[in-house]
Structures are given as C-alpha cells and as structure tokens.
Design a protein around this ligand. Structure first.
Ligand code: 5HY
Length: 241
C-alpha cells in the first residue's frame, strides 16, 4: 500500500477537501491519499508574503512520519526544495507536475491562474522547470483564491479566460494555476475543447508512480538532510535532530 500525503499549504479546510477529492479520483485502489493542511499560516496564498509564511506549516506536515511521498498542493510550489531536503520519499509540486504533463500534450500550453500578481511566479516556475518555451502564456482571472468556492460566476470567468488564452497563445493545452480549481478540470476541458491539466491530479499520479518505481529525491548533495542547528524563538519546534 502506498501513502501519498497531499499537503494544502494554506489553512482552509474546505479547499483541502476539494484537493482531496481531486487526488482520490485518480489514485490507484492500493494508494491511500492523506490530504492535510497546517493549522498555522495564511488562509490562502496569493503573494510572496503569503508564500513565505506558509512554508513553516507546510514543512511540519512534510516532516510527520507515515507517508511514502508528498504533493505540495499550491501552484506556487512553495517550500519545494526544503521539502525535498526533509522528506525521505519523492516530493512533487502541482505546478511542476501540471507543466510536465501539459508539455506532453502538444507544442505549447497556457497557464490560467487567479490574481494577476501571481503571474510572474508562474513564469518563474515555468522557466525554472525548463518550460520557458513550451509555456506560451500566463493569464489571470482576477478571482481571489477563496472566492473560487463562493463566487457563482467564477467558473464562467475561468472558462472565458481559458478560451481567450488559447486564442491568444495558440497553445494546445491549459494548465489550471490554482489547487482550488481542481474540480473544474473536466467541465472546462469540455467547454474549450483542449486538454485541461489539474496539477493536484497530475502530481498525485506522478508521486504514486515514483513510489511504485522505487524512486525518490537524490540525497547525496543539495537535497541531503539539512545540518542540525538551533532555531530560536517560534521556530524552535522546527529544529532537526
Ligand atoms: O497562487 C495561487 O493563486 C494559487 C495558490 N494559492 C493557494 O492558496 N493555493 C494555490 O494553489
């Protein structure tokens, strides 16, 4: 039995439930999906500040024993490198997984995300992961992350931005730029007529496959366990042994 811990780094349990449904929908029968979120940190991640303050809570969830692999279920892939130092199993971010999957579906893909201020981060990740050319455009809906659950017009807006992205970019696929959009994949794909990739599902399947292949992060160099040292103040609980 494989245990994949899917970590929503923000503290909104209803979003964790959406993420859990998307991950469980694609996991194999022998895989246990453990969807969690920290109890400390931002309610949603929409800025560099939010992202920085989400990382300690995220790492606490990564550090807990009992998982064979981890998904970081936030499109900024926050704390991914630190999580890889800490975890013994594979760790995959949803942006990374979605971009890899989309790159196999055609010559180029477009990212559709929430707020315009997060577009730069999506471009940074695309370039860092080697998809600077394959990523044809990053577009935003100007819908706050938590409004995805409460705004009845959100689906229509996201679908419209996806349609415009395809026209503008000439891309072959869409990457949804927020874990909170995970439940919109099928509906939007049917509406716009191209594959729409949800990073939660893509990362869950990727981690599951890596575990089944007996593969994990290389620990000889950069991603070896961090050196032991004191951590003062409120971060004292994060000190390693
Ligand atoms: O960066 C974003 O807009 C999306 C990102 N924020 C969040 O709380 N979960 C996410 O997937």
């Amino acid at each position: 039995m494989t245990v994949v811990r899917v970590v929503n780094p923000n503290t909104t349990a209803s979003m964790t439930a959406t993420i859990s449904r998307a991950a469980r929908a694609v996991a194999l029968p022998g895989t246990v999906v453990e969807a969690v979120n920290p109890d400390t940190g931002p309610a949603s991640i929409e800025s560099h500040y939010d992202e920085a303050l989400a990382v300690p809570g995220l790492l606490a969830e990564i550090a807990r024993a009992g998982a064979d692999g981890h998904v970081i279920a936030c499109f900024g892939d926050p704390g991914l490198d630190a999580a890889r130092e800490l975890a013994s199993g594979p760790v995959v971010g949803i942006a990374e997984a979605a971009m890899h999957a989309a790159s196999l579906l055609g010559r180029g893909f477009s990212v559709v995300t929430t707020l315009a201020r997060t577009e730069g981060r999506a471009w940074d990740l695309a370039r860092a992961y080697g998809f600077g050319e394959r990523c044809r455009g990053v577009h935003s809906c100007e819908i706050p992350v938590l409004a995805l659950e409460t705004d009845p017009g959100a689906r229509a807006v996201i679908t419209s931005v996806c349609r415009r992205a395809l026209e503008t970019d000439g891309s072959d696929a869409i990457v949804l730029g927020c874990a909170g959009m995970a439940d919109l994949c099928g509906e939007i794909s049917a509406a716009v007529g191209v594959p729409v990739v949800d990073g939660v599902a893509a990362a869950t399947v990727l981690v599951e496959s890596l575990v089944r292949l007996g593969l994990s992060t290389g620990k000889l160099g950069e991603f070896a366990r961090p050196p032991v040292k004191p951590y003062a103040g409120i971060l004292q609980p994060w000190a390693l042994t």
